[in-house]
Design a protein. Structure first.
Length: 295
């Protein structure tokens, strides 16, 4: 028969669990802080870290005092020592300026570039999972479909100027929603299916550092809501179609901008991924995953 814990038995068993947790580092109740053991262990580590820093500070100060005493005993020149000591104090603001405003800023920029490089992996997953398919669906509403395809025909030999010229085409986008209710319904259904995937992307806290891609996700969420809240897409009024056109254009524009930036990054850092992206270009009707022999 099971034994019901009461009074002192419960405390004893909690202590047993506590000591077991201390040895196994498992998540177990800690009677000292009324929490799981890991929380208690975190506070213990913080206190130990503070004591260590204090001890190091004391050792360094005593070392300086000891060196000054040895210098004074050997050279008997406290005036010169005081002169250089004050000179070093006078230069501390300049040292702080160099370390905090220059070196620290350079390190932060380097860390940000490294983080954005890792975020491009997330963006790559986005385009592999859904972004490329979304571009194909948005093209159904593009009045400049043929011209747009020529402008976005990314090639292996593209330069930075070619990418900038392609981005400039975003100012000429012209979407047509009249008579496209079926295409709108297909887009709505597809976005609703992919909504869990979009939400999973937002779970990455570092993604907030990539403002343009975050703006794209918010635009996609808004478009999804606009489409899903309309009962009959075949009965949209002209002002409503104009409003929906603005929402579609917002997503389409930012989607293309992110796609071009992603391809540019791939070409620079991952040529093999760039090769596949070019061979699956949604704007190129002749694109083929299989590498063909030259004509």
């Amino acid at each position: 028969m099971g034994h019901k814990l009461v009074g002192d038995d419960r405390i004893v068993n909690k202590k047993i669990l506590f000591f077991y947790a201390r040895d196994s580092f498992s998540m177990t109740y800690c009677p000292l802080c009324d929490s799981i053991y890991e929380a208690c262990n975190l506070r213990t580590n913080m206190k130990a870290d503070t004591r260590t820093k204090f001890a190091i500070s004391v050792i360094l100060i005593l070392s300086v005092a000891f060196i000054i005493a040895i210098h004074t005993l050997i050279f008997h020149d406290l005036r010169t020592l005081a002169f250089y000591f004050l000179l070093d104090l006078a230069l501390i603001p300049v040292q702080v300026l160099i370390v905090t405003l220059l070196i620290d800023q350079l390190l932060k920029q380097h860390e940000k570039r490294a983080m954005l490089g890792k975020l491009n992996m997330v963006i790559g997953i986005f385009f592999t999972e859904t972004g490329t398919r979304m571009l194909q669906q948005f093209m159904a509403f593009d009045r400049r479909g043929a011209n747009q395809c020529r402008a976005m025909a990314v090639a292996v030999n593209w330069t930075s100027r070619d990418y900038e010229n392609a981005r400039a085409q975003m100012n000429n986008l012209d979407l047509d929603l009249v008579g496209r209710a079926d295409d709108l319904a297909k887009l709505r259904d597809y976005l609703l299916v992919k909504r869990p995937f979009f939400l999973s992307l937002l779970e990455n806290p570092n993604l907030l550092e990539h403002e343009s891609f975050t703006d794209l996700l918010w635009a996609v969420f808004h478009l999804t809501e606009e489409l899903s809240m309309r009962k009959d897409l075949h009965a949209l009024t002209e002002p409503d179609l104009e409003h929906m056109g603005g929402d579609l254009k917002r997503v389409y524009t930012r989607l293309i901008v992110e796609w071009l930036a992603y391809l540019k990054h791939q070409k620079r850092d991952y040529p093999y991924l760039f090769s596949l992206a070019v061979r699956t270009n949604p704007f190129d009707k002749n694109a083929s995953v299989e590498i063909r022999l030259p004509a």
